[in-house]
Design a protein around this ligand. Structure first.
Ligand SMILES: Cc1cc2nc3c(=O)[nH]c(=O)nc-3n(C[C@H](O)[C@H](O)[C@H](O)COP(=O)(O)OP(=O)(O)OC[C@H]3O[C@@H](n4cnc5c(N)ncnc54)[C@H](O)[C@@H]3O)c2cc1C
Length: 254
């Protein structure tokens, strides 16, 4: 029998806390009565923020990872846009949010975890994927090995990651996130014995993702059983436009 999947109804959540965790990462803790019934175990999954539009009442929808979940709250970390700070409604909303504010939230959507086992793993991404990568790192077994490569906007954006000792962290810094798409793939090209990796996980800006995909999928033959790769945003495009480009790209490579 065909199973009909229904999307969970959006809920109205309350801002419990709003603070900067590093200079370019802002955390919003959401909770309140609207969170009742939200499934547990959703860290690493995503939610859709539905922000009210300026005039026409149409919601502006933006996608964010659940960085932590407690019994009564979820944390969402917003990577700030630097020179483009004022351009994004979600980022603007987050940096202006105050305890008690209400926001409409859809989801959760499914997390993209790493497969079981000790790896070796490669995790690569920019600040927008740091929440998802952090969740995946925290879930690794103690004997896991691998490399994590993270692009941040400032050295002060480094975070203390909870990870197995055998996973090496490399921080790359670029104040203009997305301006130099080859930074992540250049660093990945330096990772030794790439063909021995059990699994690679990557999420970042669209052009940077394409360069990573070229290296991992085309040059080294990583298939979907050994690779999760996604673009989380595209420089110069708002989320809705990025989604369209992503759809066309997915059709072109399938
Ligand atoms: C599954 C998934 C999970 C995600 N999780 C997170 C998360 O946990 N934290 C997070 O910060 N982002 C996350 N993102 C990315 C986030 O949805 C986009 O960055 C989104 O475009 C931000 O919305 P906005 O309203 O601030 O900007 P938009 O209105 O979408 O864009 C405005 C302008 O800002 C630019 N821009 C967008 N994002 C950035 C950026 N990070 N740096 C510089 N310029 C940017 C755009 O290119 C555009 O020119 C996730 C995306 C996906 C698909």
């Amino acid at each position: 029998m065909e199973q009909i999947m229904t999307r969970p109804e959006p809920r109205i959540l309350t801002v419990i806390d709003s603070f900067r965790i590093t200079p370019n990462m802002h955390r919003i803790t959401l909770g309140g009565a609207g969170l009742a019934g939200f499934p547990q175990g959703q860290s690493g999954g995503y939610v859709k923020l539905m922000l009210s539009g300026p005039q026409d009442g149409k919601a502006t929808v933006r996608t964010y990872t659940i960085r932590h979940q407690s019994e009564s709250t979820i944390d969402v970390d917003f990577a700030l846009h630097g020179a483009h700070e004022e351009s994004g409604p979600a980022t603007r909303w987050a940096t202006n949010a105050q305890a008690g504010d209400l926001v409409k939230v859809g989801g959760p959507g499914a997390a993209k975890p790493l497969p079981d086992g000790p790896g070796p793993f490669l995790l690569v991404g920019d600040m927008t994927a740091l929440p998802a990568m952090s969740v995946n790192l925290e879930a690794l077994p103690e004997d896991a090995t691998g490399n994590i490569i993270i692009l941040i906007r400032d050295t002060a954006d480094k975070q203390d990651l909870i990870k197995p000792e055998g996973v090496t962290v490399q921080w790359l810094v670029d104040a203009d996130l997305g301006a130099n798409p080859s930074l992540l793939s250049d660093a990945v090209r330096e990772v030794p014995a790439i063909d021995t990796l059990a699994y690679a996980w990557a999420a970042c800006e669209f052009e940077a993702m394409k360069l990573l995909r070229q290296y991992l999928r085309v040059e080294h033959g990583f298939g979907s059983e050994r690779l999760y790769i996604s673009s989380y945003w595209k420089r110069g495009l708002i989320e809705d436009e990025h989604k369209q480009v992503k759809r066309i790209d997915a059709e072109a490579i399938s």
